[in-house]
Ligand binder design. Sequence first.
Ligand code: NDP
Length: 296
Amino acid sequence: MTATVIDGKAFAAKVRGLVQAQVASLIEVQGITPGLAVVLVGEDPASQVYVRNKHASTIEVGMASFEHRLAADTSEADLLALIHRLNADAKVHGILVQLPLPGHLNSELIINTIDPAKDVDGFHISNVGLLGTGQKSMVPCTPLGCLMMLRDHHGSLSGLSAVVVGRSNIVGKPMAQLLLGDSCTVTIAHSRTKDLAAVCRGADILVAAVGRPEMITGDFVKPGATVIDVGINRIERDGKAKLVGDVHYASAAAVAGAITPVPGGVGPMTIACLLANTLTACCRANGLPEPVGLTA
Ligand code: NDP
C-alpha cells in the first residue's frame, strides 16, 4: 500500500483563504479589523523566524499585527505590565507570547496573565480546563490543525481508535482531548509506555508528537491507518542539514492509508490555526457568530 499524502501546505492555504474572506467581510460589514499581538522576549534565532512568519501571515489575511520585541533582560514586572495593556486594548483580539521565554521569567505566570478570551495559543489554564470539560475554549493551534486535517480526510472520526504518542501540554494532551471530543477511543502513549509499537499498531489514527527523529517506523503502523507527524527535527544527513519528523516517512508510508509529510504537513497548519483562532477571538469579543469551518 502507498499512503495518500495529506498536503498540509495546500490545506493551510485553504484555511488562510477562509480566514481572509471572513476578515474582509468583518472589516466591510462591521468595521472591525481583527488584531494579533505577538510578544517576543530576547533574540532566540528560531523564535525570531517564527515571529517574522506570524507577522507576515497576519498581514496577508488582512488582520492588524502588533509586534512587541523586548530585550532578553526585560523584567517580569515590565512584561506583565505589557500583557495587562494588551488585555485592555480593544484593537487586540489575540495575544501570543513566543515561547520559550528567557529563564528568569515565569512562563506559567505570564501565560496565565493573558486574558483567556485573547489567549490564541490556548495555553491559559482556563482554556485547558474548558477544553478538558468539552466547553467552548481557545484551542492550541498545532492540535487544532491536526484535527482539521483528520476531519477533512475522514469526515467523521467517531469510533476510530486513536493513539497519541507524547503527553506534552502544548501538543499531546490537547490533541488527545480533541480526538476524545470527536468520539475517538483515545490512548496517550509516552516514554514509559510498554511495547509502544504494539500500542501504536492498534491505532486507526496515529499522532506522533515525540521530538525524536524518525522514531515511529512502519512496524508501528496498522495497515491503512492515518499517520499525523507533528515532529520537527533538524538533523544532519550526508553532510546536509535536513528537516525530518518523528515518523520514518518511507517505511510508514508503505503501510499507512494516509500520512502527513515533514515539511509540508502539520507545520503550515499551525500558523493557519493561529490566524483562525484570532478571528474566532475577534468574533466572540464582538458577540458575532463563530467563523465557519475554523473551530474545533
Ligand atoms: P515534548 O518534549 O514536550 O514532549 C515529548 C513527548 O514525547 C513527551 O510526552 C515524552 O514522554 C514523549 N516521548 C519522548 N521520548 C519517547 C519515547 N522514546 N517513546 C515514547 N514517547 C516518548 O515535545 P512537544 O510535545 O513540545 O513536541 C513534540 C514534537 O512536535 C517535537 O518534534 C516538536 O518540535 C514538534 N512540534 C511541532 C509543532 C508544529 O507546528 N508542527 C508545534 C509544536 C511542537 P514523557 O512525558 O514520558 O517524557
